[in-house]
Design a protein around this ligand. Structure first.
Ligand code: HPA
Ligand code: ZN
Length: 351
């Protein structure tokens, strides 16, 4: 719990999450539990001696790639459809407790198919958790299939083709692009993104996390991306910033991730005030909650402690999250009404 007088307001504020990698919800404890259940040897390294040692290693990530190497190694414990289900269900329980009402969640099929796990095990396990979250927690959600940009483009095409059944039946709603950014330009993935658009899928891409603003323009122009994941380096290009504000393109910002991966010095150094004032739409997200200091509420609290936003500014952020979600107008109206109806008791007297 944060020290802000707005804490209970932030907890109750209806949230949409747009930037969460389901594999990034794999906690150190679950890594060890699944390794033991599935008989998977963990690397013979000091930080794999215990869940606590692994968690301690996360405090000293020095770059995106430093994190990704451990993130991909940890995923080796995910084997069965039930493993994927259990992982996603643990995310939805935590997100629901944090006040998430709608989540658009990433997954990385290539991290699993490269280990000979069938794509159907991954998607069916995740989908079961999404369906249960809607039925039991009233949390709606969409699945976003990401391509790993450090792998050959041909692998992205193979992945897209192998997911045809789940694209055609609506299980997969969108495509995304993640993993190491610098040197793996969005333009490489133009053809597979245009195939996705033809198939009726929405499109988003990581950009401007470690890469410069040309990775953002590349995602918009070459991939026809409708959202930019991270996008914090947009602040370096005032003309593009104005353009993105006019277009209404949503940035899915992950404040604690940026601090853990050293793409910003501190939450207070993020250009959130500038984005708000310029009318750039953004949502706040957890990215990889098992690695970067917890879920979406911790990110909201860290932002409040750094910026001291007013209740009205928080309502604007929550509304941008609803408007930028890939949901129909009826669901949007329900969520907007929930934001409007926030009970007065959730507002501290000093707010
Ligand atoms: N950036 C790129 N790829 C990722 C990230 C991220 O922040 N998290 C998980 N995969
Ligand atoms: Zn991410």
């Amino acid at each position: 719990m944060c020290k802000s007088p707005l804490h209970s307001f932030l907890l109750s504020l209806p949230k949409c999450e747009h930037h969460i990698h389901l594999e990034g919800a794999l906690t150190p404890q679950l890594v060890f539990d699944l390794a033991s259940k599935n008989n998977i040897p963990l690397p013979d390294l000091p930080h794999y001696q215990s869940p606590e040692a692994l968690a301690a290693r996360y405090a000293v990530f020095n770059s995106l790639d430093d994190f990704l190497n451990i993130h991909y190694a940890n995923m080796s414990v995910l084997i069965t459809e039930d493993d994927f289900y259990e992982l996603a269900w643990s995310y939805f329980l935590a997100a629901h407790a944090d006040g998430v009402h709608h989540a658009e969640v990433f997954f990385d099929p290539q991290s699993h198919t490269s280990r000979d796990i069938p794509i159907a095990s991954v998607i069916k396990g995740y989908k079961r958790a999404l369906d249960r979250a809607e039925a039991e927690l009233c949390v709606t959600s969409q699945l976003i299939m990401c391509f790993l940009r450090h792998l050959p483009v041909s692998s992205a095409h193979t992945t897209f083709d192998s997911a045809t059944e789940f694209i055609n039946d609506g299980t997969i709603h969108a495509v995304g692009l993640d993993s190491s950014e610098v040197g793996f330009r969005p333009e490489l993935f133009t053809d597979v993104f245009s195939k996705a658009k033809e198939a009726g899928l929405r499109r988003t891409a990581h950009g401007g996390e470690e890469g410069d603003v040309s990775y953002i323009t590349g995602a918009l122009d070459a991939l026809d991306a409708e959202r930019i994941d991270h996008g914090i380096r947009l602040i370096e290009d005032p003309e593009l910033l104005k353009d993105i504000a006019v277009r209404g393109t949503l940035l899915t910002i992950c404040p604690l991730s940026n601090v853990y991966l050293r793409t910003t010095k501190s939450v207070a150094s993020l250009p959130l005030r500038e984005f708000l004032e310029a009318g750039v739409q953004f949502s706040l997200n957890s990215d990889d909650p098992a690695y970067f200091g917890g879920g979406i509420l911790n990110n909201y609290c860290a932002v409040e402690e750094a910026f001291g936003f007013s209740v009205d500014e928080w309502r604007r952020i929550a509304i941008a999250g609803v408007q930028g979600s890939w949901i129909d107008d009826t669901r949007k109206r329900v969520l907007l009404e929930k934001i409007d109806d926030m009970p007065e008791s959730d507002l501290s007297p000093n707010a």
